[in-house]
Design a protein around this ligand. Structure first.
Ligand code: SF4
Ligand code: SF4
Length: 376
């Protein structure tokens, strides 16, 4: 296992972090999976107040013997922004109790997704950050970062507050929208933690045959891991193992610390070329078409369409598409079927795409059963 300096926090984190959102089948499974992570060299455990019994299960693992290694382990927990300091104080206290810990190595504001959330963290008097600052003064919190599923604009503004030493965000080969945020975080010497690269990065654990062939001799998981970790601005990737067997597919990437090899470059080239299959209907993800009066997240809908056609990532597209109108600020925007053909977006598209027609096509391809986020 390789370790990287997590920006100005100076914590040396393993290049994979154990994300504990999915190990919830039982306390025994959670303990076994946590011990397996640590045995493999993972030294960063990541949880959140909102992940069901996850914090409690981390507490159980510490009680079951992990506390002997407390000094070499780092724990991140996350709590959503609150309107007042008291609520945040109580939540931090509860998280510590559940995890059987007397300090949190890295505390994240969970989900700065909107400008309203950003205002909540900017509030200087009696806001949630006052409680976080008190926790730092009392040495029960060591470092503070934030996680986000928000727009690039909200992420950049959050980084620019200089309130945070790290950021936890979406960034993958198949979704490079947040590249500018990764760069800004790097310039500010912040830790960069990638959320769920195998799941949110394309449901890569069940890849379509076409994608498997394009990535050969790597698996899509291995290629995406390598693509991310060949970038020194990226420090750690969340690995959300549900049981002790699910770490293994990532093994190739955790021992290599090098730029992409010739072979990896050739896979990258093959994947990049695949976008040509979209022909004149390719959305270049410039985001210039927004805003849409019907609140359709046009670029995100068309990204899912791009992936479904160019890489056969249709099941992934359906999985993400069903979140529209179902996951609030975690995945904002209306479904493509809400397009009224008003035409507002058309003159703003440099590719001169027939956006309403492409949205109708996307809806037809991607509409599946309704769904909610995993931990709701
Ligand atoms: S044409 Fe459709 S997608 Fe474009 S701005 Fe109007 S409602 Fe939104
Ligand atoms: S303006 Fe056109 S190319 Fe750019 S994101 Fe919107 S639809 Fe895609």
């Amino acid at each position: 296992m390789r370790y990287r300096r997590f920006g100005k926090t100076e914590m040396m984190l393993s290049v994979f972090s154990f994300g504990t959102m999915r190990y919830l089948a039982s306390e025994a499974n959670a303990i076994d999976t946590t011990f397996k992570a640590v045995e493999l060299g993972i030294n960063h455990l990541e949880t959140a107040k909102g992940y069901g019994k996850s914090e409690q299960f981390i507490g159980a693992a510490f009680k079951a013997g992990l506390s002997k290694q407390r000094d070499r382990l780092y724990v991140t927990t996350k709590i959503p922004p609150t309107k007042d300091a008291d609520s945040m104080r109580r939540s931090i206290e509860q998280s510590l109790q559940k995890m059987n810990l007397d300090y949190i190595d890295n505390f994240d504001i969970h989900g700065i997704n909107t400008s309203e959330h950003l205002e909540m963290v900017r509030k200087s008097k009696n806001g949630c950050m006052q409680a976080v600052q008190e926790a730092i003064d009392q040495k029960i919190v060591r470092h503070v970062g934030f996680s986000t599923h928000g727009s690039l604009e909200v992420i950049l503004a959050s980084i620019d507050t200089d309130l945070f030493a790290s950021v936890n965000l979406h960034y993958y080969y198949f979704n490079q929208r947040n590249a500018a945020a990764v760069q800004l975080a790097h310039e500010k010497d912040m830790g960069v933690f990638i959320i769920s690269p195998s799941d949110k990065g394309g449901m890569l654990y069940t890849p379509p045959q076409k994608l498997e062939e394009l990535c050969h001799p790597y698996t899509p998981i291995q290629f995406n891991d390598r693509w991310l970790l060949s970038d020194p601005r990226v420090h750690t990737l969340s690995l959300g193992a549900a049981d002790p067997t699910e770490f293994e597919p990532h093994r190739t990437a955790w021992d290599i610390d090098a730029p992409l090899s010739d072979l990896e470059q050739s896979i990258l080239q093959r994947l990049d070329n695949q976008y040509l299959e979209l022909g004149k209907d390719r959305c270049s993800q410039c985001y210039k078409c927004l805003p849409c009066p019907e609140n359709i997240n046009i670029p995100e809908v068309l990204r899912l369409r791009n992936l479904s056609i160019a890489f056969n990532l249709e099941e992934f597209g359906k999985y993400r598409y069903k979140m529209f109108e179902n996951a609030g600020h975690w995945f904002p925007g209306a479904k493509a079927s809400k397009c009224t053909d008003c035409g507002d977006c058309l003159p703003r598209c440099p590719e001169q795409l027939d956006i309403p027609q492409l949205l109708r096509d996307s809806h037809k391809r991607l509409q599946g059963s309704e769904g909610k986020r995993l931990w709701d």
